[in-house]
Ligand binder design. Structure first.
Ligand SMILES: Cc1cc2nc3c(=O)[nH]c(=O)nc-3n(C[C@H](O)[C@H](O)[C@H](O)COP(=O)(O)OP(=O)(O)OC[C@H]3O[C@@H](n4cnc5c(N)ncnc54)[C@H](O)[C@@H]3O)c2cc1C
Length: 385
């Protein structure tokens, strides 16, 4: 039997950020339980690594306004690289409705403190990225501090620092049941039992299964998402931002000597744990890639290098963070709906604040409480990729 003050279920980027923030705030005896023998086998190791503050709701923007400067100073803070590259996100508006939407979002983003988001005229776009087809583009929204990180590296840094601060991690340890005792929990695992007074669910796409163990109905469902890395390609600048074609959702960014291609396939809408890569996806993405960037018709792709992972979706596409009122001591850090890497630093700080002090000033975390679903008090994020 092991004991801990705080047990975190899941050793991905979210669980390890929570452990880091808790130990930084002085919490002793923090224990991470990770089912796999190696961390990163969940969504963290499959992510595109994009970080952006260009969202449409205040709470998501606030989460990014904590997280992106955190990633920018990660190495100074933790002594480990996060791989942050401030190459920006560029949303290409191809209709007046897109333009109105981006302008509205920019107003909100600026009002919350994001000063460097700007609209780029199409003439300027043509000068910088002559390879883009811009005949149907009206303008583009650009924020230079958006960009990319290396999720695996950040997760490793969070883990190492948390452990230097006294946390422990048990890999190859699956939580199989949670029993509530008078003022603590007993976790049954594939190894020893663990007793703890606080339990944090950071189990990514599997979070609903963990919640079920304490009879909590958590609306988090897994959704397969696929990414295609290309072979080396230098006919498009590697200094480019994440570029999003709003006409169809195709987006891409530089990665190593090639590019990473993504698209939210509307036919991919049934939830499940399947993470097989579907080779038919390649044709669909390459068609859209060559449509927006004509020289991409010469891109080479090795299907064996493409992969699939799971988004953890919620009905309003916002995370679910904080305590569960009917299960005192049980906390949630789930349902990031495709934004768990970029929001991991803020999530770590918010969970640490809520566990230790019962409140946080990082974001209006009230919007992310579980009870919003029962209360029908949802806020919908529409800037989804
Ligand atoms: C293709 C793809 C692209 C993405 N792109 C982006 C992006 O550009 N930007 C962004 O911010 N986000 C992106 N995401 C989303 C992001 O990867 C996730 O939101 C994030 O990694 C979630 O982190 P996590 O730690 O909560 O989950 P995970 O990394 O999945 O970690 C959860 C851990 O819990 C463990 N676990 C589960 N059940 C148990 C159990 N019973 N006992 C013990 N351990 C257990 C798992 O093994 C896993 O290691 C992308 C995701 C995918 C799939």
């Amino acid at each position: 039997m092991q004991t801990a003050d705080v047990v975190i279920i899941g050793g991905g980027i979210v669980g390890t950020s929570i452990a880091y923030h808790l130990t930084l705030a002085g919490q002793q005896n923090v224990l991470i339980l990770e089912r796999e023998s190696h961390q990163g086998k969940g969504s963290t190791g499959k992510s595109m690594g994009g970080v952006r503050a260009q969202f449409s709701t205040p709470v998501n923007i606030q989460m990014s306004l904590y997280s992106i400067p955190f990633y920018a100073t990660f190495e100074e803070r933790l002594g480990h690289p996060s791989g942050y590259k401030s190459q920006g996100y560029l949303f290409l508006a191809t209709s007046q409705a897109h333009l109105d939407y981006l302008n509205e979002n920019q107003k909100l983003q600026r009002s919350l403190g994001l000063k460097n988001v700007e609209m780029i005229a199409v003439g300027e776009l043509r000068k910088t990225y002559a390879q883009l087809r811009t005949d149907d583009v009206l303008a583009a929204s650009f924020c230079p501090t958006d960009g990319f990180v290396d999720p695996y590296s950040a997760m490793t840094g969070f883990t190492a620092c948390a452990c230097e601060n006294g946390a422990r991690i048990l890999r190859g340890t699956e939580v199989t049941a949670i029993e509530r005792e008078s003022d603590s929990f007993r976790l049954r695992t594939s190894k020893d039992d663990v007793s703890a007074s606080v339990v944090v669910n950071a189990a990514g796409a599997w979070a609903a299964e963990i919640a079920k163990m304490v009879d909590v109905d958590l609306p988090v469902t897994p959704l397969r998402r696929m990414l295609i890395p290309t072979e080396p390609f230098d006919a498009f600048p590697h200094t480019a931002p994440m570029i999003i074609d709003m006409s169809n959702g195709f987006h891409f960014r530089p990665e190593a000597l090639g590019f990473l291609l993504a698209w939210n396939d509307p036919e991919e809408n049934s939830s499940g744990y399947n993470t097989d890569f579907d080779p038919a996806f390649i044709e669909k993405v390459l068609t859209r890639a060559a449509d927006r960037v004509p020289c991409f018709e010469n891109l080479a792709v090795n299907p064996k290098r493409a992969w699939a992972g799971l988004y953890e979706m919620t009905p309003d596409h916002h995370a679910i963070l904080g305590p569960v009122s009917q299960v005192p001591g049980f906390f949630l850090a789930n349902g990031f709906s495709g934004h768990g890497v970029m929001h991991a630093p803020a999530t770590g700080k918010i969970l640490s604040d809520l566990i230790l002090h019962g409140k946080t000033d990082v974001a209006d975390a009230h919007w992310l409480r579980l009870s919003r679903f029962a209360e029908n008090d949802l806020i919908h994020e529409t800037a989804l990729l």
